[in-house]
Structure formats: structure tokens, C-alpha cells
Design a protein around this ligand. Sequence first.
Ligand code: GLY
Length: 246
Amino acid sequence: VVIEECMTGPECSLLCFVTAGQSFPMAPAQDHKRAYDGDLGPNTGGMGVYSPVPIVTDEEMAAMVAIMEKAAAATAREPFASDYRGTLYGGFMLTPEGPKIVEFNVRFGDPETQVVLPLLESDLLTVMEATTNGTLDKTDVKFSDGAAACVILASGGYPLAYEKGKEITGLTAGQLDTADVTVYHAGTAIKDGRLVTNGGRVLGVTATANTLPEALKKAYAATESIHFDKLHKRSDIGARALAAMQ
Ligand code: GLY
């Protein structure tokens, strides 16, 4: 029997580059795990995400950074002694007693990466090489002061039963306003020369802007150009952040 502490509060993800026992934080992000608006319905692989996270206070950010530093330092000691070099994903709950870790993953997060990396101003390959070489403390890891938002376009019915093979339109030049917008393919395929849906989470539409409200507006505007039968998206990505900012 495993008895676990019940933690309450909003979630926040903090990804870090880890090398030589040191941790270099990326921008925090907030995923939306539930399928429907208002955080209702079944859990999914993530229906949308934004970064930074305005509800995170300076104290909470410092506490999360400290936990990640402690974890990174532990990877360089016995019994690990493996000096882990790569991305460490910290999944946190912002509880009334402060941030607490829910899970660590030794990988980037999905969809967190779709908003965190567009805010990285430093060259990603240089940062990754420095992570591998253990020289990240001599390398700039700079994030933009702006914001990014990503809205997931999913197949209707996901994460339960859904159909595949629906033609996707609206992604070609001229159909989509691509200024500050990137569309990441997740569950797509080419069939008979046509782009079709091939998974539950089909596309991630990310927009960057100077502020979070602008980024959300641009991401949602871009989703309006994209169509496939039974497309499902949440309409309230970032709503909690927008309410906190008002
Ligand atoms: N966003 C959750 C994960 O990547 O595990």
C-alpha cells in the first residue's frame, strides 16, 4: 500500500538544462491537461500551454529553481554519479505551502517545449553542445522577456476513441498568417499526397508576442485558418493567467 500526500493547487512546469551537477532554468510554463474548457473531462497529453506563468510569484520561482538545483546536484553524486547531462523536467504543484514536485522527467515536456524554446534567444545548438560538454556556465542561456502560447488542435473524441485520416486544410502559404506563428505537427501524415490527421493531438499552434494576451490572441487567430473534420480545441487556454493579470 502506497499512501501519498494529496497536493492541491495549480501546476507549473520548469524545464532545466542540467550539466555537471548544475541546473540552468528555462522559462516556466503551464500546461492544460484536461480535454475540455474549465479543466473538465479526461486527462490528455496537453491541450495548450503558455509561458511565462504570471501566477508564479518570485518566491515560488526561487523555490522551484532551488529544488531543480538540488536535484541536478544529486545526479552528480553517489549513488547516481552519472553526472546527468540533458534536460530535466520538473512538474510542480503550487501548493499553499509552496511549490512541491510531482514528477521529474529526463526529457523535454510536450507541449511545454512548443512555448519554451521559441522564447530562447541563445542558439539552441550551442546550448545543447555546452550541456553535453559541461561548459554551460560559460555559455549564454538567455530567454526573451516576451511570451508564447500554444493551442493544440485535436481529433474530436480524443483522448477516447477518435477517427484518423481527415484532410487538413489551411496550412499553406497565403492561408495562414505566419508572422510570429509556428505550427508543430504531432499527429499528421501524408496520404495520397494530402495532409491528413493521424493521431489524437494533431497540431500545436504556437504564437509569440511581447505580452501573453497578445500571444494568446495570435495563436487563437491562427487556429481559425486551420480546418479538419471534427477538430477539437479548448477555447480557454491561458484564461487563468489572463484573469490573474487583470
Ligand atoms: N506536459 C507533460 C509532459 O510532457 O509530461
